[in-house]
Design a protein. Structure first.
Length: 428
């Protein structure tokens, strides 16, 4: 029986596995490494966060994005956007050095068994484990307007369903949303030869400002501190004090998770978007119907209550992700129904070590935002999560050091060529 099975090999899953292995916990890591980034983001996208705020987490602060880029002669500097492809490569590089070997299997069920869990996969026999950490990312929680859901296949898609937008060259495409995903998807469509239009409920678009230099006069730095989630004291609190958010009332935590750090476009995207993508702002989607020739008609309502029909060749819903345990089909239905949730929402109530009300079941990532705040929606939150969660696992296992009989303890660190480096080992 394993000590810990981590399900999901994105930034959170990789970081948790790195900390667990370094702690001597017998950990297995299941999933496709960096799947969301490699498979569900179009070519040409960039990280919105600063490189220094986009590190995966390993004990001792090792294996940073800057280290990866420096070894390849690529810039990873403040104020310069980094391609998504580079970040995906960094995640694979991190996995090769900091975690046990990633097992690329598809998990189909996590169910209670005795004092632990049984993890079933599509590729092999089930795994027995004492604890489970679910770091499944955002893909189970894609959100789309209800009006689109009755359209025939092919009329609409979610923005996360596209790796290559050139297929829309020469077509009319309506993009729904007002956040970075919507704005960047619409821009990339225009640059790929499509004719996009943006439809948003918001009356105006929000754009982030050019980031302030890292080195600033002390008074200015005090007034507007930098953080992994942006500049300013509010962002600093969300980034640096997730533990404090957990002590707020459930209603307040839900409100913070839903409203903090709302939709906004990156400063470097604005010039590429404006003048190229027409935007219907203050428009609500009322209905959507299939039309002749494979086209789609959207019934919109303006801010003044007037009706408008938009005829388009395809609709892309860049409307984000809505965390909800009911969408997590791989979790045993009885176990899922037994979990305590945050307020009236569908996310798990968690202890300080990210453990749910079911002993031994831990969560990481988007589902934990109503417990620990908005930083859990971003890569930056992986650092806080990994250390706290592994501490919680150790507490659940009753560990006081490297665990006897572990099946996958800390492995040797590796040098830049990927070879074992006997001079460097994980800190314990």
């Amino acid at each position: 029986m394993d000590d810990l099975v981590v399900i999901g090999a994105g930034p959170y899953g990789l970081s948790i596995a790195a900390h667990a292995a370094a702690a001597g916990i017998g950990v297995r890591l299941l999933g496709r490494p960096m799947a969301s980034w490699r498979d569900h983001m179009p070519e040409g996208m960039y990280l919105k966060s600063e490189p220094w705020a986009s590190n995966l987490s390993a004990p001792g602060g090792r294996h940073t994005l800057e280290e990866f880029c420096a070894a390849r002669g690529r810039p990873a500097v403040h104020g310069r956007p980094l391609p998504i492809g580079t970040f995906s490569e960094y995640g694979l590089w991190f996995a090769a050095r900091a975690t046990p070997e990633v097992e690329e299997v598809t998990v189909t069920e996590v169910a209670p068994q005795g004092e632990g869990f049984l993890v079933r996969t599509a590729e092999g026999p089930p795994l027995a484990t004492r604890t489970v950490a679910l770091a499944v990312g955002v893909m189970p929680f894609t959100h789309s307007p209800e009006a689109l859901r009755e359209l025939p296949p092919g009329h609409w898609s979610h923005s996360s369903g596209h790796r290559d937008l050139t297929r829309f060259a020469g077509q009319d495409v309506a993009v729904l949303g007002a956040g970075q995903a919507a704005l960047e998807t619409a821009t990339l469509l225009a640059e790929a030869g499509a004719r996009p239009s943006l439809v948003a409920r918001r009356a105006r678009l929000n754009w982030n400002t050019v980031p302030q230099p890292l080195s600033r006069p002390p008074l200015r730095a005090l007034r507007e501190p930098h953080s992994g989630l942006g500049t300013g004291w509010r962002s600093w609190v969300w980034a640096e004090l997730p533990w404090a958010v957990r002590h707020l009332s459930a209603a307040r935590r839900e409100r913070i998770a839903a409203t903090a750090l709302g939709p906004a476009g990156a400063w470097w995207l604005r010039e590429r978007f404006e003048g190229r993508v027409p935007a219907l702002l203050g428009h609500r989607l009322r209905r959507a119907v299939a039309a002749e020739g494979g086209r789609t008609r959207l019934g919109l309502t303006t801010a003044s209550g007037e009706s408008l029909v938009l005829d388009t060749g395809h609709v892309i819903a860049a409307t984000g992700f809505a965390p909800d345990l009911r969408r997590l089909a791989l979790l045993d239905a009885g176990l899922r129904a037994a979990l305590a949730t945050v307020g009236d929402g569908g996310t798990p109530e968690l202890g300080p070590g990210f453990e749910s009300s079911w002993p031994g079941l831990f969560f990481a990532g988007l589902l934990t935002a109503p417990s620990f705040g908005p930083s859990m929606r971003f890569v930056h939150g992986a650092g806080f999560t990994a250390g706290r969660l592994v501490k919680g696992v150790r507490g659940r296992l009753g560990a006081r050091g490297p665990l006897p009989g572990s099946t996958a303890g800390a492995r040797q660190d590796r040098d830049a060529a990927g070879q074992p480096n006997p001079k460097t080992t994980f800190l314990r």
